[in-house]
Design a protein around this ligand. Structure first.
Ligand code: ZN
Ligand code: ZN
Length: 371
């Protein structure tokens, strides 16, 4: 603009002045059009159009994760969980391991979006699913599962994924609230953050829904007196009233441990339909715990076992529990370092030659169990 003013004063008297000023106007207009074009073009370049990532390693890895996880979502949709797993599905499960076993994975926007998309799928189903036969089973983050039969819905170890300690890698509160709204009760295995989330527990209690946990969970906090502390005894059947007294669950609250001293409930839950489900939390206890594990299946019918994939001896546990079906949990818990993050491929290895059928799911997937 300064140039324009300057030129105007310099050429004011000459006949060429008018011609020059017209040229300047045209030039200004052309520059303006070019600027607008450049700005619009810039806005249209997305990461999907970008053909060169030199100098942007984080951008490259994030884009690679996005492309991979989009393909994973597509494959999982086409090949849902089943007893007879096709190679396409297995490959998708292995691709998830590849993406998640990277130091910065939980910080990558593509991974954060993947978790949220997967959980959204489960919420969408939970809000409409009616069960007439057997049970619908959803896998959420880490060792979280939800079971729904014709009469009841309950959850194990439901958490918002804050154990990953990566901002943005989480199940948002409003989404978790929708999940809580769909459940009648919550069972928390033990005190660790990848299994127990005090915010989630409080929301259940606010809705007058029981939360069952071992006595040492949140012992010094106000919520402790509101938690249901069933006796930790193998073989004792206890009653848990739900739906404001309308229904009840029968629970054998097995006294498990993580390591030598962390209290870890291993509840075997019988629904009003007579189906039974047991989730093991981080069971990896002392030798003495094998006494009730080795015998559990001889005294009780077990429909579905949800073990921690890394438990001390998963084959011995399966032998003791004698379930009709195994569905592992705890794969890809992002709060753990890569060596103990566990993975789908390792679950396949651990369950090789298992005498009981198993179905491996990832976040947000569901399976209709028919006894
Ligand atoms: Zn633990
Ligand atoms: Zn754990």
């Amino acid at each position: 603009m300064v140039i324009g003013k300057q030129l105007r004063s310099d050429f004011l008297v000459s006949g060429k002045t008018i011609v020059y000023l017209k040229t300047m106007k045209k030039l200004k207009f052309t520059i303006l059009v070019m600027c607008i074009f450049a700005l619009t073009a810039n806005a249209q370049i997305t990461s999907d159009d970008k053909l060169n990532w030199w100098g942007d390693i984080d951008g490259f890895i994030n884009q690679q994760d996005k492309i991979t996880l989009d393909a994973v979502n597509e494959a999982l949709k086409k090949y849902p969980p089943s007893l007879d797993e096709p190679m396409e599905r297995r490959m998708a499960m292995l691709m998830i391991d590849g993406v998640l076993h990277e130091e910065k994975a939980a910080y990558r926007p593509a991974v954060q979006k993947f978790l949220q998309q997967r959980i959204q799928l489960a919420i969408g189903e939970l809000e409409v699913a009616k069960v007439t036969k057997g049970a619908m089973i959803w896998k959420l983050y880490n060792h979280g599962f939800i079971i729904r039969t014709a009469s009841v819905t309950f959850g194990f170890d439901l958490v918002r994924a804050h154990s990953a300690r990566a901002e943005g890698f989480e199940i948002p509160d409003r989404e978790m609230q929708k999940i809580i709204d769909q459940c009648d009760a919550l069972f928390i295995s033990h005190r660790h953050r990848d299994h127990g989330d005090i915010w989630v527990a409080q929301k259940f209690i606010d809705q007058n829904k029981p939360v069952v946990a071992p006595p040492e969970v949140w012992r010094d906090q106000d919520i402790h007196s509101k938690i249901t502390h069933l006796k930790r005894e193998a073989q004792t059947k206890q009653t848990l009233t739900i739906q404001q007294g309308k229904e009840k669950l029968i629970v054998i609250n097995n006294p498990g441990h993580q390591g030598s001293d962390i209290e870890n409930n291993v509840p075997l839950i019988f629904t009003p339909e007579g189906l039974s489900f047991v989730q093991t939390g981080d069971q990896s206890g002392p030798e003495s715990d094998w006494k009730w594990i080795d015998e559990l299946g001889t005294h009780n019918r077990v429909d579905v076992l949800f073990p921690n994939c890394w438990t001390t001896d998963i084959r011995r546990m399966i032998k003791g529990f004698r379930p009709k079906l195994v569905m592992t949990g705890h794969e890809n818990e992002m709060g753990h370092t890569i060596d103990h993050r566990e993975s789908n491929w390792l679950t396949y290895t651990r369950l090789q030659g298992a005498t009981v059928p198993y179905v491996l799911m990832t976040w947000g997937e569901s399976f209709h169990y028919l006894p």
